[in-house]
Design a protein around this ligand. Structure first.
Ligand SMILES: [Fe+2]
Length: 397
C-alpha cells in the first residue's frame, strides 16, 4: 500500500456543555463577530441559546442566518455568504444537523474563494487532488445537534443544485500541512444538544453514521486504519442506537454522538459507495426525504449486491453487530451481516422501501442513471453500471 499521509487540523471538544465554550474560544482567537448558521427549528428549540449566551458573555457580537432547510441548496449558501458580508462577521458558527453544518462549511469557503459553488464539485479523485479551493476559508465552528453525519469533522459538504435536482459533493482535505481545506476550524461536539431529538430523527441520523463506517470499511480505497474506527462505530451503533431510539437516555446519546463523530473522521480516510450514491441522488430529486432514511432504504440491497466482492469484510461487520459467525463460511457470515442490518432497520422503525417515502416507481431509471454521475460510485467495492443500480433500486422499492 502507498504511504498514507493525513493532516487533521480541527480542534475538537467533546462533552456535555462543550458548545458553550464557543465564546471563550472566539475571544481567544480574536474573532469579533460570529454568524450563526442554522435552521428555524434549532432556534425555536432553544438549541443556540447556550452558544449565543456564551458569545455575549465573552463580548463577541453575533448575527443569525436561520434559512437552512433539509437537503440544502446553493441559494442557501449564497444567502449565508451575503449575511456574513452584510453583517461584517469574521467567523461562522454552524449549528444543526448535516444541512446547517454543510451550508456553514460551504459558505465559509465561498466567502474567500472565487466563482460559484458548482465550480468546486467533486466527482472523481482527481477533482479532490486538483485542490481547487486555493484560499483559506473563513474560520468555522461546527456544533452538531444530531448524532449522524459527522459533517462537523469531515472535509466534505453536500449541496443541492436545484436546476439539476442533484446533490453535489464538495470536498477538500488539507492537501499539504497548513493548506486550505473545506471544514471546521473548531468542532464543539455536545451530546446534550441531541437530548430533544425526536426518535425518528435519532434513528435516521444514527443509521447514517453506521452507513459511513460500513461504506468506509468496504470501500475500494480503504486504508487499514479505517478498520478499528469502523469497528468502534459499528459496535456502538449496535449497542446504543436502539436504546437512543427507544429510551433516548443521555448515556446512549453520548455513545451515538461519539460513534457519529468517529465515523466522520473515517469519511476523511476512505471512500463511500453505492449506498450514498443512490441515497444522495434520491435526496436531490426528493428533498423531503431525510438523508438517513434514504440511506436505510438502500443499504440492504447494496450490501446484498456487494456481498460477493467483500464477504470477509461483511463477516467482520456481522460480528461487530453482535452476530456469532464462528464456524460459518464467509459467504454465510456475509449473508448474516445483511440480515443483522435489516433487523436493526426494523428495530428502529426506519422505512423499508422507496414506495413508503413517496418515490414514484417511474423515477427509478433516473435514480440509477444519475447515480453513475456521483463521486461515491467510483469507490464501491464491486463495479456497478446503471443497470446494476436500477436492479438495486427496484429491490429497494
Ligand atoms: Fe451519510
Amino acid at each position: 500500500m502507498e504511504p498514507y499521509t493525513y493532516t487533521f487540523p480541527i480542534w475538537v471538544e467533546f462533552g456535555t456543555d462543550s458548545s458553550e465554550q464557543v465564546g471563550d474560544i472566539a475571544a481567544t482567537k480574536g474573532w469579533e463577530k460570529a454568524l450563526v448558521v442554522t435552521d428555524p427549528g434549532i432556534v425555536e428549540a432553544g438549541l443556540i441559546d447556550g452558544i449565543t449566551g456564551s458569545l455575549s458573555a465573552a463580548g463577541i457580537d453575533y448575527a443569525i442566518y436561520d434559512g437552512v432547510e433539509p437537503n440544502p441548496t446553493v441559494a442557501m449558501v449564497e444567502a449565508a455568504v451575503d449575511a456574513l458580508e452584510a453583517e461584517g462577521c469574521d467567523v461562522i458558527v454552524a449549528v444543526g444537523g448535516g444541512s446547517s453544518m454543510d451550508v456553514g462549511k460551504t459558505a465559509s469557503t465561498m466567502a474567500t474563494n472565487p466563482g460559484s459553488v458548482a465550480d468546486y464539485e467533486v466527482v472523481t479523485a482527481d477533482d479532490v487532488e486538483a485542490g481547487r479551493i486555493e484560499n483559506h476559508s473563513v474560520p468555522l465552528v461546527t456544533v452538531p445537534t444530531t448524532a449522524g453525519t459527522g459533517s462537523e469533522v469531515d472535509f466534505w459538504s453536500v449541496i443541492t443544485d436545484t436546476d439539476r435536482e442533484f446533490k453535489m459533493a464538495l470536498g477538500q482535505p488539507p492537501l499539504y500541512p497548513g493548506g486550505p481545506y473545506l471544514g471546521a476550524t473548531v468542532s464543539l461536539v455536545d451530546p446534550a444538544l441531541t437530548a430533544s431529538l425526536p426518535p425518528r430523527q435519532t434513528a435516521a441520523t444514527g443509521f447514517d453514521a453506521f452507513s459511513h463506517a460500513l461504506e468506509n470499511y468496504v470501500s475500494a480505497v480503504s486504508p487499514p486504519m479505517v478498520k478499528p474506527m469502523a469497528r468502534a462505530v459499528t459496535e456502538r451503533v449496535a449497542a446504543y442506537l436502539p436504546r437512543a431510539y427507544h429510551e433516548g437516555d443521555m448515556e446512549a446519546r453520548e455513545h451515538m454522538m461519539f460513534a457519529a463523530h468517529l465515523a466522520g473522521m473515517g469519511e476523511n480516510l476512505a471512500g463511500f459507495g453505492a449506498i450514498h450514491s443512490l441515497a444522495e441522488v434520491t435526496g436531490g430529486m426528493y428533498p423531503e426525504i431525510p438523508h438517513g432514511e434514504a440511506i436505510a432504504i438502500f443499504t440492504p440491497a447494496v450490501m446484498e449486491y456487494n456481498r460477493d466482492a467483500v464477504p470477509g469484510l461483511y463477516r467482520d461487520v456481522a460480528a461487530w453487530l453482535g452476530e456469532d459467525v464462528s464456524g460459518m463460511s464467509d459467504e454465510a457470515a456475509s449473508r448474516r451481516a445483511v440480515e443483522a442490518v435489516e433487523a436493526l432497520i426494523d428495530e428502529v422503525d426506519l422505512p423499508g422501501g422507496l414506495g413508503e417515502v413517496g418515490v414514484d416507481e417511474a423515477d427509478l431509471p433516473a435514480i440509477a442513471e444519475k447515480s453513475m454521475d456521483t463521486s461515491e460510485i467510483h469507490d464501491n467495492p464491486r463495479g456497478a453500471d446503471a443497470d446494476d443500480l436500477l436492479e438495486i433500486a427496484r429491490e429497494s422499492y
